[in-house]
Design a protein. Sequence first.
Length: 317
Amino acid sequence: MASIIDTSGLVAYIEEQNFPLITKALAGGRTASMLTPQLGVKGKTKINLMDVDVTMQADSGCTFAADGNLTYTQREIDAKPVKINMEFCPKDLEGFYLRTQLAAGAHTETIPFEEQFANYLVEKIQDELEKVIWDGSVSAGVGNLAMFDGLLIPTGSFTDCNTAAYGTALTSPLTMADAVEAVQRVYSLTPSAAVAQDDFKIFLGLDKFRLFASAIMNGGGMTGGGGQLANYQSDFDPLRMIFPGTNIEVVGVNGITGHNACYGFSLSNAFLGMDLAEDSSNLEVWYSQDDRKMKVACEFTMGTQFAYPDQVGKVAL
């Protein structure tokens, strides 16, 4: 009779010690870095605006006739204080495979992969803030979207580019062919004073940007078999593109992913109110001897506003 190894009392082995931990990919937050920062903000604050009338007159003699007003106005950034608080008990890991990564001894003051956790948490905060910067609403938002008002709050004052001035209006949802026309409409019908600025950009959600890019590659909406084929990518970023025939950059942002919409504005017209620019990236991590837990805190103040909402072009379906 052949000898055997009796394994009937064992369970099949599954390798659980392959490290490091793998984290979910994030679209990230890019909008905050493009907006005009207004620092030192701890709550409601004003954007101070100035305008002047220029009235020309016929010069017909030695007279002086004053004509023209200097006007000061304000727009409000309703910045809100936001915090993120977490706590973890390292002993909760002792019953699982991660206990092999705990420090030796009954007393443990850290969790495994603490640096990786902190770095990923900062990325996740920026990823979530990207959505709030666009879509936040204190009055109507749910969860994180209720923290502060986003850029789309004054959308009723934006210049509507989905009008008969450019032909039959687009209808939802934006298709591959429609995405090119949406960008063309924003480029053509946004107030010229805004489009003339060096920092004017057109924004699409990541999903609609890919439709737009695919349509461009297929020659959709362009003349001459695809239009200007050179210099599509402005900085080797897969989610930025120079709109063919112009010097206008079209940018894909996760903050409006899922929106059947396209927006165009000068970056110097869009304000992000903060106390310190780095606050939302600063984490406090400490071990509390009071309740024997590791704690994490992040605190920042943030709000958005357009100085001149009427100089923002939109196609919003």
